[in-house]
Design a protein around this ligand. Sequence first.
Ligand code: ATP
Length: 830
Amino acid sequence: MASLGATPGRTPQRPAPGAGSASFPVPTPVLAPGDAEDDEEEPVEIHLCVLWNSGYLGIAYYDTSDSTIYFMPDAPDHETLKLLQRVLDEINPRSIVTSAKQDENMTQFLGKLASQEQTEPKRPEIVFLPSVDFGLEISKQRLLSGNYSFIPDSMTATEKILFLSSIIPFDCLLTVRALGGLLKFLNRRRIGVELEECNVSVPILGFKKFVLTHLVSIDQDTYSVLQIFKSESHPSVYKVATGLKEGLSLFGILNRCRCKWGEKLLRLWFTRPTRDLGELNSRLDVIQFFLLPQNLEMAQMLHRLLGHIKNVPLILKRMKLSHTKVSDWQVLYKTVYSALGLRDACRSLPQSIQLFQDIAQEFSDDLHHVASLIGKVVDFEGSLAENRFTVLPNIDPEIDEKKRKLMGLPSFLTEVARKELETLDFRIPSCSVIYIPLIGFLLSIPRLPSMVEASDFEIEGLDFMFLSEEKLHYRSARTKELDALLGDLHCEIRDQETLLMHQLQCQILARAAVLTRVLDLASRLDVLLALASAARDYGYSRPRYSSRLLGVQIQNGRHPLMELCARTFVPNSVECAGDKERIRVITGPNSSGKSIYLKQVGLITFMALVGSFVPAEEAEIGAVDAIFTRIHSCESISLGLSTFMIDLNQVAKAVNNATEKSLVLIDEFGKGTNTVDGLALLAAVLRHWLARGPQCPQIFVATNFLSLVQLQLLPQGPLIKYLTMETCEDGDDLVFFYKICEGVANASHASHTAAQAGLPDRLIARGKEVSDLIRSGKPIKPVKELLKQTQMENCQTLVDKFLKLDLEDPDLDLDIFMSQEVLPVATSIL
Ligand SMILES: Nc1ncnc2c1ncn2[C@@H]1O[C@H](COP(=O)(O)OP(=O)(O)OP(=O)(O)O)[C@@H](O)[C@H]1O
């Protein structure tokens, strides 16, 4: 119960603790220490609306995490709807909304999607709306008449149309219709405002375009086997070494972002590797700039500032719904000031770098305005103390006057209480006058031991109100006078301050556009600083791109994850020979480094296509349009498919889709079935690609099927190159150099690996024996048969012993005979 008051006793008459002191702390314009936690995890939901017509796709989706609508301008997508599938894989929507009147292709696609995902707990809900909801004119109207907080109220209707046309491509008819359908769905379902009053509309803080052109196609299997992402629940292999919280993944080691939105953007870049060379080079320019030793301090300073850029969309959404919390004001204030710090810093950096120029120019004076508004109006200390929005003095004279009255209240109330005590029964030792918001002023008297029944609480001249914590509360003539004189001061102040808060919110919401832009550019800077920091620590270098080169060329490349785990990592190169040597067949003993080599080629290529520096001395990346892999992963097992089926699915994807610009990494294909069949399949797949001549993708195949070479299953020619991992035999030991070189392995040295894995010598010897017999074409005697033979021999020995036994012999000791002669042989038989 909030109250303020004073308790004068009979003797001595001195004010109770707190009496006379102000209940409102002295207002100061300083920011309260400590950064309130703003990034509460709200469940993120994505609702997507899609239309497909005559080979074109219109997509729009709403992301509840930033209350933003994203749209993709009409894009070509063939009947297979690959582009749509890609979007779905990436954003994982909660619902997919489309027109009830749909093209057959789309109906089939959605039907397949629904049946495929039966077991998935997060299966998207497919919602069909009447086709009229997607009408072009009605959609335009819906878009133009929306209530968007980022459009200032001062804009006229015409200005609003012009403004929206600059953001939304009204000439993309499918996109406009998808946007219209999406708005209809959001308002019908009241997404995010389910519990609000009906007049509160779904908050929309912006419209943003996304494009999926120039994208490099990478499927989920590849993300998994290359360990690009790893779910957090996995045990962290080298948390100890680097203090990273993420598991062993590429994302984990590169994600040094300071703000949540930076991390989100990095994740997005990872899911959208691109061939847009302009974009890639602009990312690399920033990284390169921060890698210069003289810019290290600047990088660190910017990174520190970025740590204060918080979840602005969430705050703006709360403002829109009038749910702002005290911490939101602090967080917004710090974010805006940090953004201004970023702007000032970027103004001192070379403006030839686009990002610095954008930050310097686009972090406009609106930010100053927002910062000074908050700084001048919000009383942070007072707000924290009261846990509600309070304003600083000199903002509203009426509020100031009321607060002054409230501040003087304790000493005044002490005086009133003293007067009340004089008129009360002498047995009452003390009393106080307290103030309870909404109830008013009350006389509070301690309960006497004699006051047992409710009737004992009655005191003449006072109206009994309630008993609380052994104190009786009454209304007296004086407290009624106080009510009339001072009114419900506290509530009035609260109401007036809330009104001011709404005004302040409206002014800030009108500048939402600049705040959203801050988030966009700050997260971009954050990601690039994170990539620069990783590049500095791990010694990465800038890749080059070439649209003429087919494939990739890497000088002394490293596996970015393995190099952190291995004591010494041996770098390896990839030579690119244009339209020759399109297929590299890598053989080598088990554990000699074939898979690592394959994966490092994939990872270096991927990193370059994300716009990161790469773990190599030099790397030149050609026009890569896709990365396909067939590499075994534990995750695949969870799909419930047999290993061989997974193998086939992945290879089929590559065979059906890879172009001459694709990179295909195949490790141990065919192992999941009978050796001969597996070998034949592998040879058939490679022959298929060879037949395409110069159209053959750039393929790296690691295999233990030495017969592929020994039996000459592949034709000779310039398209094939054989590589192997360098080793040398040192007595019984096999030494691995992990160095790739031209040639073919002569043996798998499986026994060596088996010994390293700790298999008993007996088993290894038998393995070798069988393997030699197979190679020499001799029959293999089963171990059981061998055993039988010795057993028979032992039985014969026993029988002989018994036959020779002379029972008449006086020296015969049967105990000794049994224990020393019979038992050892009998045991070996059993
Ligand atoms: N370049 C390298 N530098 C240092 N160590 C390496 C290198 N490449 C591989 N290794 C080490 O060798 C181990 C085995 O590597 P990898 O799995 O690539 O062998 P592999 O030839 O594919 O084996 P298998 O044929 O049995 O699948 C790795 O776990 C790593 O410890």
